[in-house]
Design a protein around this ligand. Structure first.
Ligand SMILES: NS(=O)(=O)c1cccc(F)c1F
Ligand SMILES: [Zn+2]
Length: 262
């Protein structure tokens, strides 16, 4: 039988990913559920710092699973440092995960709370040569995760990405997306949880140091509807189905630390 593209339907969903992506059965798989009571506060953890060049932003793409903003990562142009990381990690792309209604959509679950969406800023460690090489290393990739909740005072900085969605309505559509510094999306607080995990989608490589920001940012109901309008135009609606029911595997032995940045 032809190898089916992975997705979130019963015949190609997470329970079967391991058939084509053996890492999916690893013991450091993401996403996870974070229970504050199980998190160890690590006062030795330093603050994290992003220094991004707005000129590194290149395009925004609808890849049929999410909308992704791509950055120039050919040199240390936009980098993430500090926190649990050693050295500078290059910003490669950012993307979002969302659901069909405001009460779920995020991949990580915090104290039982599923946020309406989750934004991921993906960085890789240049000591491993390139992104493909970094995927094979436990310290290869660092992802900053920002939770999005629906509220009455949406963060105006989200407008730029969401306005662009009208230009990439169909799968495969790409549009220029320049002069954009994604650090404007960060919440006020730099507090974060960190743990060693994996891609949340195939190839599920266990190469990610997760830095999940504790403070969510707000988006408006219209902005969430705009994100969902993108999903209606993609060929794999099933993806969104699973994404909404994203299972947060609670791994008791998952070492998760909290850094409260004074
Ligand atoms: N959801 S995720 O951040 O784990 C992720 C998904 C696809 C490609 C990536 F590079 C990536 F990091
Ligand atoms: Zn992601």
């Amino acid at each position: 039988m032809a190898q089916s593209v992975w997705g979130y339907d019963s015949d190609n969903g997470p329970e079967r990913w391991h058939e084509n992506y053996p890492m999916a059965k690893g013991d450091k798989q993401s996403p996870i559920e974070i229970n504050s009571k199980d998190v160890r506060h690590d006062s030795s953890l330093a603050p994290w710092h992003a220094s991004y060049d707005p000129g590194a932003a290149k395009t925004i793409l609808n890849n049929g699973r999410t909308c992704r903003v791509v950055f120039d990562d050919s040199f240390d142009r936009s980098v993430l440092r500090g926190g649990p990381l050693t050295g500078a990690y290059r910003l490669r792309q950012l993307h979002l995960h969302w659901g069909s209604s405001d009460d779920h959509g995020s991949e990580h679950v915090i104290d039982g709370v599923k946020y309406a969406a989750e934004l991921h800023m993906v960085h890789w460690n240049p000591k491993h040569g390139n992104f493909a090489g970094a995927l094979k290393q436990p310290d290869g990739v660092a992802v900053v995760g920002i939770f999005l909740k629906v509220g009455k005072t949406p963060k105006p900085e989200m407008k730029r990405i969401l306005e662009e969605i009208d230009n990439i309505k169909t799968k495969g559509k790409e549009a220029p997306f320049q002069h954009f510094d994604p650090s404007i999306l960060f919440p006020k607080s730099r507090d974060y949880w960190t743990y060693q995990g994996s891609f949340t989608t195939p190839p599920c490589e266990e190469c990610i140091t997760w830095i999940l920001l504790r403070e969510p940012i707000e988006v408006s109901p219209d902005q969430m509807a705009k994100l969902r309008s993108l999903s209606k135009n993609v060929c794999c609606p099933g993806f969104w189905g699973y994404n909404q029911a994203c299972l947060a595997s609670v791994c008791e032995d998952k070492k998760t630390y909290l850094a409260v940045i004074a």
